[in-house]
Design a protein around this ligand. Structure first.
Ligand code: NOJ
Length: 672
């Protein structure tokens, strides 16, 4: 795969306007298609503020901008505008992998250079990029005499809405430290501090998502409710209360506001990716999206154990059996958890016992990787840290080096603990620095990363395409042990418009057996057809077939999992309603066949889908995996009817989704 191809590039510098005094009151910039308008101004007190509208509707009302620091004067007021720049850019770049092969970055940019009118005359620039699907803005603090090392104590960036809108949100840190919550919809006034992406269904008929892009050496932004219709950026602190330690020159991550008319507009936006830097990895030939199975679900079901003993899952024998299964079914990888020293006892309490170099005696890494190579399968490595990041970092280089030597090209990492190193949040600057170190070190050893218990995604996969996928959401594992019974059907119908706005999710769909018993009583709450549809709905360039291999043997539905791609040249979100149903069509990376996934919440639903996304003038064989008679996620999840039909872009398909159900379709291009 080629890294970045600039099909056509147009970057126009429209000019730097030097202003002798802040004579002008407002600085306006519109998006290329003129639908979104950003206005920057200073208040009478010299406070920077912005507002945003979309097709004449107010998105963000005047909202203040600025930062406060420890020990020095805050930079929130007393500014004048000393210069402005306007630039245009319209480029197309190729993704290493993704939901689209080519991405267009078409925006207008306004850079406002501010200086304090009095005193130390400190400088800050505000950079706004307005796209047809929203706004990104960031602060840039240049190197300067009176601002050097700083300790940020508060970001005051506000997001003021015209009304008390409804918002889909998850809480910050109160339920867990890594975003594993159900998204819930309430009025803004009923929230306090919420995570991003936060998705708003507005009273003026817009869909808006607030998030951030390119989170680099900074704290994550959460949103603190300040009034019934306003949030402000609340940076996740270090244990000592400081939000960010930094030094000029520095730039903040981009604050992003995606705006659309329907939920799907948010889901297909590339704004976050466009605000990240191009790939730093020059040769990406070793980065390969793939499908995998794993010695994993068995541990969550307590059939196997991570630690040593009779039930130890990660044995050479069992791994070879999994490799045989993967090879037979043309799956690329086998994840094995619990292979290394450190799992015995309560491994979640303290990760300092983990060795990332020493295997348990019944796991022979050399023999396994040799066997895997013969079978054309890769072992997927595993590093659970239980949050002991310093301990992990002390072995990082050696561990990746060892894996690379053994031919392991993907490693799943994990950070199960409320804190990192017993006191820092996963999404603090401390965590952000650690995760970046892992991605960069992995790249050095040509290793792809699947990061569980991560800091939320902000589009870094553009810069580091070896950051394949992350957890950072309530995944399938909750269906094994969650005391609340597992993921509700509603949950998966929210994801495309909430969690997925932060990038790929290693949800690990593919459950085929619903009759397991666990102490918690949790169960997969969906039909089998719904599990298939999730491979289209939830994007991840590494997709797991998560069930035990024995549950796939001789199941006709397994064909869909084997065939469904995990990266796409094109994506379209069809009729969808957040928390009720989602329908997504995607074309494979090779630009041949299309796939469709439709899922519903607890309610049965009939959907009528016009196949207008199919290529005009072509015919396709549709292979439909639909909920069968009497299918119901509660009482009868198994029935799937598989049928075929010749279709084209004019065909209307009627889908009949069971409660908690779904439909998965492969459209194979018929040769003329
Ligand atoms: C948490 C991960 O999310 C899960 O997938 C993994 O099995 C456990 N950690 C053990 O590492």
């Amino acid at each position: 795969m080629k890294n970045i191809v600039c099909k056509f590039c147009l970057i126009t510098f429209l000019g730097l306007v030097l202003l002798s005094c802040s004579s002008k009151k407002e600085y306006k910039i519109t998006s290329p298609g003129k639908n979104n308008e950003l206005i920057f101004s200073l208040t009478k007190m010299g406070e920077p503020q912005y507002r945003l509208s979309s097709k004449g509707k107010s998105v963000i009302e005047p909202s203040l901008l600025g930062f406060e620091f420890e020990g020095i004067k805050k930079m929130t007021e007393g500014f004048k505008v000393i210069a402005v720049e306007e630039n245009q850019s319209d480029t197309i770049w190729k993704q290493a992998w993704g939901e689209f092969k080519m991405v267009r970055d078409n925006h207008n940019e306004l850079i406002v250079h501010l200086k304090e009118s009095e005193g130390e005359e400190r400088l800050v620039d505000l950079i706004f990029r307005v796209f047809d699907d929203g706004l990104g803005f960031r602060y840039s603090f240049p190197k300067q005499a009176h601002l050097n090392q700083v300790r940020i104590t508060n970001e005051i960036t506000q997001f003021t809405f015209p009304f008390d809108h409804d918002v889909w949100w998850i809480p910050v840190h109160s339920e867990n430290s890594y975003y594993e919550s159900f998204y819930r919809k309430t009025a803004m006034s009923k929230t306090d501090t919420i995570n991003t992406p936060a998705t708003f269904e507005t009273k003026n008929q817009l869909y808006i998502a607030i998030h951030e892009a390119n989170l680099t050496d900074f704290a994550s932004m959460t949103l603190l409710k300040t009034t019934d219709r306003q949030y402000k950026s609340e940076l996740v602190p270090w244990a000592d209360g400081i939000k960010v330690y930094t030094q000029t020159p520095f730039k903040t991550p981009w604050r992003t506001i995606i705006v659309g008319d329907k939920p799907g507009d948010l889901a297909i936006s590339s704004l976050m990716l466009n605000l990240n830097e191009p790939s730093k990895i020059k040769d990406i030939s070793w980065i390969r999206p793939s499908k995998y199975i794993g010695i994993w679900w068995g541990m969550h079901l307590e059939k196997y154990s991570w630690g040593q003993g009779d039930k130890h899952g990660a044995t050479t024998k069992k791994t070879k059996e999994y490799i045989d299964f993967a090879s037979k079914n043309k799956l690329d990888g086998v994840l094995v958890e619990g292979w290394n020293e450190g799992w015995d006892g309560d491994w979640t309490a303290d990760g300092t016992s983990f060795s990332f170099l020493k295997a348990y005696p019944d796991f022979d890494l050399a023999e396994i990787t040799k066997y895997a190579a013969i079978k054309n399968v890769r072992l997927i490595g595993h590093h659970e840290t239980a949050g002991a990041t310093k301990h992990y970092e002390s072995q990082l280089e050696a561990a990746f080096k060892m894996y690379q030597k053994a031919g392991v090209n993907t490693v799943k990492t994990g950070y199960v603990n409320k804190y990192l190193d017993k006191k820092e949040w996963h999404d603090s600057q401390y965590g952000v620095r650690h995760y970046r170190k892992v991605i960069e070190t992995a790249a050095k050893y040509q290793i792809m990363i699947d990061n569980h218990e991560p800091v939320k995604g902000t589009g870094l996969q553009r810069t580091y395409p070896n950051l394949m996928t992350q957890e950072g959401g309530r995944g399938q594992e909750y269906n094994a042990w969650s005391p609340d019974g597992g993921n509700t059907p509603t949950h998966t119908t929210t994801l495309a418009f909430t969690r997925m706005l932060a990038g790929p999710f290693d949800y690990t769909a593919g459950n085929f057996n619903f009759d397991y018993k666990t102490a918690s009583g949790a169960r997969v709450q969906s039909t089998l057809a719904n599990q298939l549809a999730l491979y289209v709905i939830i994007f991840s360039p590494l997709q797991m077939a998560s069930d035990l291999p024995e549950n796939y043997e001789s199941k006709a539905e397994f064909k869909f999992i084997k065939e469904v791609p995990c990266i796409w040249s094109e994506t379209q979100v069809l009729d969808s309603k957040i928390g009720e149903y989602t329908t997504i069509a995607r074309k494979d990376w090779e630009e041949q066949n299309w796939y469709l996934g439709a899922i519903t919440n607890e309610d049965a639903r009939k959907l009528s889908i016009t196949l207008g996304f199919l290529d005009k003038g072509e015919t396709y064989q549709a292979e439909v995996y639909a909920d069968g008679p009497d299918a119901d996620y509660k009482t009868n999840p198994y029935p799937v009817v598989i049928s075929t039909k010749v279709v084209d872009d004019k065909t209307i398909l009627d889908l009949d989704l069971a409660p908690g159900g779904g439909t998965a379709i492969k459209f194979t291009l018929l040769k003329k």
